[in-house]
Design a protein around this ligand. Structure first.
Ligand SMILES: [Zn+2]
Ligand SMILES: [Zn+2]
Length: 640
């Protein structure tokens, strides 16, 4: 019998008989591992342990201790949900039910579900789990399965796409329930230690708004109850901090049906925060030698054809016909900046040339994908482009990186960093890629930054360093990027004159410190739970007069603090209620002023951590507040 070779995670190679499955290989390694095998990861894909291996495959054996185990368990939980649903609502049609990063969902139709139904389905699911039904893989003739799903267009669609040409077709059974599925699954329903359904929403089939709207039921599952409780607690916390909820409560932004989806409207409170963020980025940029530029929202599509974006991006662009000529709202700022660079001739001594612009861009995402500030149609990138000589990459990236690191520190966010290297398809010479990648590595290493290498994950036009923000709840969000680009300078025929008097190509660097203002504001709202640092807080101080008699003194105080954003609470409420309101508005400082304070010319200071000090000198308060603001401290610390 001929042999095949598979590579294990430690790099070792194992020769096994042709036709060996994941499970066979596990037994080959050891009978204990064989028994514990749940599934396998073959060339990056999670597969059933019965999957035969090909020669040269990379194999990871999945056991209960593997990270992937939870994914397998949750996929089985999705089947348990579907089984429970069809027991209680036999008319329901199943579409697709995959595991996700923190649970699973199942898209269904032909059934009307509310939260009471969910509770019943959950109880039925518990019965199925308690019955510890075996989950078994089986193969059935394609024709028979197609026929069975004669009136289920979704399963038929899966059979004709993902499972195209497959015959026999793989299905999974547990008790009376069977589902078209590639697996993998746990052995039996009893392995699901904790199961819950979370909520109902809707989704388009295949995420495409042209398709049917389906009911999406979300749930999650864990190996044990404690882990699930901890997860649900984090989830409640995240819901409390949801930027869409806080954005409305704190009057920061709205998205209105009449003005359009994915088009955020910033209220005065939101704009105050954005202005502070923009001023901070501007300071960092000016200090780093950038020059501000400005470009319009609209360009002839000729520009996008020249840059190559048109080819790849046209479906995501908003296009307009103007006097029979095609224009487009800009999906990115780079081609505008490249055109500015191209308006004059440059010597090697002039480089780097650095432009920055808070540039609004427009990208037509699927409507179903739009969500709060995290997925929008219109957003502003704190965009910067540098044109550098190849030998300047390292210094330039160091400069960018130092500013990105400062941003993370200023906001108390943790960073996750990844270097994405040359993909199979790429433009640019071997020499420039090697040089650029080694310069990027050297910057990361000289700054002692821990990073992952994502081999082959770079753009076709250059390697990049990606930063993810990790917020106070440990969640990760896409953040700033430093992207090298060997392609756009070619397309725009950008040149500088070298020492040798010849024309040379500059390298273009795309970078942002925040990424987009929208995404960053979302991260900040949730990270701080709306309790912004003093310098960012839309309202920094609220004066609370004890009675109307103290209004005059309140106004004098407000005048003294006119370099702060100060409001006077002049509603005829009790002081207690005024304090409560200021807390729920997350105002960093409250000044309570009654007859006593007025007579002594002092104030009583309260902060949003519910600390209080009476008899405070007004000058001293203002002075320290200025320090706290100007040093961009994260927490109010006057009362420390
Ligand atoms: Zn499945
Ligand atoms: Zn760019």
């Amino acid at each position: 019998m001929s042999e095949i070779v598979v590579t294990l995670p430690d790099g070792s190679e194992l020769s096994v008989a042709e036709g060996s499955t994941v499970e066979d290989v596990a037994y080959e390694i050891g009978p204990g591992l064989g028994r514990d095998t749940v599934a396998g990861v073959v060339d990056g894909d999670l597969v059933d342990k019965a999957t035969p291996l090909e020669d040269g495959a990379d194999l990871v054996i999945v056991t209960e201790d593997s990270d992937e185990y939870l994914r397998v368990l949750r996929h089985s939980a999705a089947h348990v949900f579907a089984q429970a649903l069809t027991r209680l609502h036999p008319e329901a049609k199943l579409a697709i039910g995959p595991p996700t990063d923190d649970g699973f969902y199942y898209d269904v139709t032909n059934v009307d579900l509310d939260s009471e139904d969910l509770a019943e389905i959950e109880a039925e699911a518990e019965t199925i789990i308690a019955a510890d039904l075996d989950i078994e893989r089986a193969e059935r003739p394609r024709e028979a399965v197609l026929e069975e799903y004669a009136d289920n267009p979704y399963k038929r669609d899966i059979l004709n796409t993902e499972a195209a040409g497959e015959d026999p077709v793989s299905v999974y059974r547990q008790g009376e329930f069977e589902d078209l599925c590639q697996g993998p699954h746990v052995e039996s329903t009893g392995e699901i230690g904790a199961f819950t359904l979370l909520n109902i929403s809707s989704a388009y089939w295949r995420g495409d708004e042209e398709n049917d709207t389906l009911t999406r039921v979300y749930g999650t599952a864990f190996a044990d109850e404690d882990e699930m409780e901890a997860y649900l607690e984090r989830r409640r916390e995240a819901e409390e901090r949801d930027h869409r909820k806080l954005g409305q409560e704190l009057d920061i932004f709205s998205i209105d049906d009449t003005t359009g989806p994915g088009l955020p409207l910033y209220h005065p409170n939101g704009k105050r925060i954005l202005d502070e963020l923009a001023a901070y980025a501007r300071d960092l940029n000016l200090d780093a030698g950038y020059e501000p530029v400005e470009t319009p929202h609209l360009f002839r599509t000729e520009l996008w054809k020249k840059s190559g974006h048109y080819e790849n991006y046209v479906d995501d662009m908003f296009l307009l016909d103007v006097n029979d000529e095609e224009y487009g709202l800009k999906p990115m700022n780079c081609p505008g900046h490249a055109t500015i660079f191209d308006q004059q001739s440059w010597s090697y001594r002039d480089l780097p040339v650095r432009y920055f612009e808070d540039g609004k861009v427009y990208r037509k995402e699927q409507r179903g994908e739009l969500s709060g500030l995290s997925r929008v149609w219109a957003f502003t990138i704190d965009d910067g482009h540098e044109f550098v000589r190849p030998d300047q990459i390292e210094d330039e990236v160091t400069l960018v990186m130092d500013n990105i690191v400062r941003v993370f520190e200023t906001f108390g966010l943790d960073a996750e960093v990844a270097l994405a290297t040359r993909p199979e398809k790429s433009v640019g010479s071997d020499e420039i890629w090697e040089r650029a990648e080694s310069q990027l590595r050297s910057v990361l290493e000289s700054r002692d930054i821990e990073y992952d290498v994502e081999e082959g994950d770079g753009a076709f036009y250059g390697p990049k360093i990606d930063f993810a923000f990790e917020d106070a709840l440990g969640r990760k969000w896409d953040g700033p990027t430093v992207q090298l680009d060997f392609n756009m300078p070619e397309r725009f025929d950008l040149t500088y004159t070298g020492e040798d008097n010849e024309d040379h190509r500059p390298v273009m660097i795309h970078r942002a410190l925040y990424g987009s203002y929208e995404r960053f504001l979302m991260v900040l709202i949730e990270h701080f739970d709306g309790k912004f640092p003093l310098w960012l807080a839309p309202e920094q101080v609220r004066i609370l007069p004890v009675s109307d008699d103290n209004l005059g003194y309140a106004h004098r105080l407000a005048n003294e603090l006119d370099d702060f954003r100060v409001e006077i609470e002049d509603r005829s409420w009790t002081v207690g209620r005024k304090i409560q309101q200021a807390h729920s508005d997350r105002v960093p400082y409250m000044l309570v002023v009654g007859d006593e304070e007025e007579a002594a010319g002092t104030v009583s200071v309260r902060d949003r951590k519910e600390r209080e000090r009476k008899d405070v000198d007004r000058e001293a308060f203002a002075e320290q507040l200025r320090e706290e603001r100007d040093e961009k401290r994260i927490e109010p610390d006057f009362l420390d």
